[in-house]
Design a protein around this ligand. Structure first.
Ligand code: SF4
Length: 367
């Protein structure tokens, strides 16, 4: 769980309206939720549902699916009914897919009314249909698809341009009395994105969906997203997050949850305190840390497990953690709740730690 001594670092949460995406509250004082997007063809119902199940197992709370064709729109009813997560339909231009998504029982729609207005002005009908169905709409402004008018006005996708675009999109729904809206203003630069969300947060009380768009592959995307989200969340800004990675969506969910855990915005599940190893290490710390992490993934009870390479910081960290190992001389001292309970050869460290972790988790769960 959260260390009781954790210092208070984050500002009070920005006051935002609360809305519901299916059963998941977003905004107000609801916990910051983690979402992702499927990469399957939405029309491939089985593959999409299978990926949604994987995302749910990883801890994802809301899932978005792309709806670029009629086949995809046709698949929504079964997906929305069978999905264990609330499904958001992501639609760019065609009002008919928006109506299909609402009829299909989707929990929300992501659609920018500016696009709809340009081709076939059904914004009022969409507002009415969403209100009748009781579902919210996300307006998603993205640097790569910024309105031409604003691009001309600002020269490029500046924070001001992103925010003006988002507020204008909102006004198109507000004209029809529809305010069940959440907003994103995404940019590939964490700094532009942070500036845009700050301005947007000050300018409205809609809940905000945080995202660094096109953040890149796993490592870079994780760093960009974590850096940007941490700044905003520390200021109380952000109600739901999506980490965008050029990597399987399950990775997006793991990273998103990890960011919230690191900031104390949700309790830790498994936390590994492992050292980077150095010239003093007497065991293979990387291998130990990786094997212990893999062996304990999905543990139903949150534990802090220390995996330390030598006796310099090892016993101290291992004693402070729920359990851990301090290694030395090809052997590991196994600590459980501050006490050394065994000293085992390196080859038995992982299995002993996992065994003790399961025992401890079961015991703590009963308490
Ligand atoms: Fe190096 Fe020991 Fe610290 Fe690990 S615990 S980084 S091996 S000094």
């Amino acid at each position: 769980g959260m260390p009781p001594s954790a210092p208070r670092v984050l500002a009070d949460r920005r006051i935002s309206r609360r809305l519901m995406v299916g059963r998941v509250p977003v905004g107000g004082d609801a916990p910051v939720s983690v979402q992702s997007m499927t990469t399957t063809l939405t029309s491939d119902v089985d593959a999409t549902l299978q990926q949604i199940a994987q995302l749910a197992a990883a801890g994802c709370q809301i899932v978005r699916v792309a709806v670029p064709s009629q086949d995809d729109a046709d698949a929504l009813a079964v997906i929305a009914r069978k999905s264990t997560l609330p499904v958001i339909a992501d639609i760019h231009f065609q009002p008919k897919y928006v109506f299909a998504a609402i009829d299909a029982g989707c929990a929300a729609v992501r659609v920018n009314p500016g696009n709809i207005k340009k081709f076939d002005d059904k914004v009022g009908d969409i507002a009415r249909a969403a209100r009748d169905a009781g579902i919210p709409i996300r307006i998603g402004v993205n640097a790569g698809s910024l309105d031409e008018r604003l691009l001309a006005k600002y020269g490029r996708a500046t924070p001001e341009a992103l925010v003006e675009s988002a507020l204008w999109e909102c006004s198109l729904f507000e004209e029809h009395g529809f305010t069940d809206i959440k907003i994103s203003v995404k940019h590939h630069s964490p700094l532009v994105m942070v500036a845009a969300y700050r301005q947007l947060a000050a300018a409205c009380d809609y809940p905000l969906h945080l995202g660094v768009t096109e953040a890149g592959p796993l490592m870079q995307g994780t760093i960009k997203s974590a850096s940007a989200f941490a700044i905003l969340l520390a200021e109380g800004i952000g109600d739901t997050i999506r980490v965008s990675l050029s990597a399987p969506p399950v990775e997006e969910v793991k990273v998103g949850i990890g960011i919230l855990e690191s900031l104390g915005l949700r309790p830790h599940r498994l936390e590994i305190v492992s050292c980077p190893s150095c010239g003093r290490a007497q065991v293979d710390v990387y291998k130990l840390a990786e094997e212990v992490t893999a062996g304990l993934e999905g543990l139903p009870y949150p534990l802090r497990v220390a995996v330390m390479g030598c006796v310099v910081n090892g016993p101290g960290e291992a004693r402070e953690a729920d359990l851990g190992v301090a290694s030395g001389n090809g052997k590991g001292q196994i600590f459980v709740q501050g006490e050394v309970i065994a000293t085992v050869p390196e080859s038995q460290i992982v299995e002993t730690l996992i065994e003790e972790a399961l025992k401890l988790a079961a015991r703590l769960q009963l308490e």
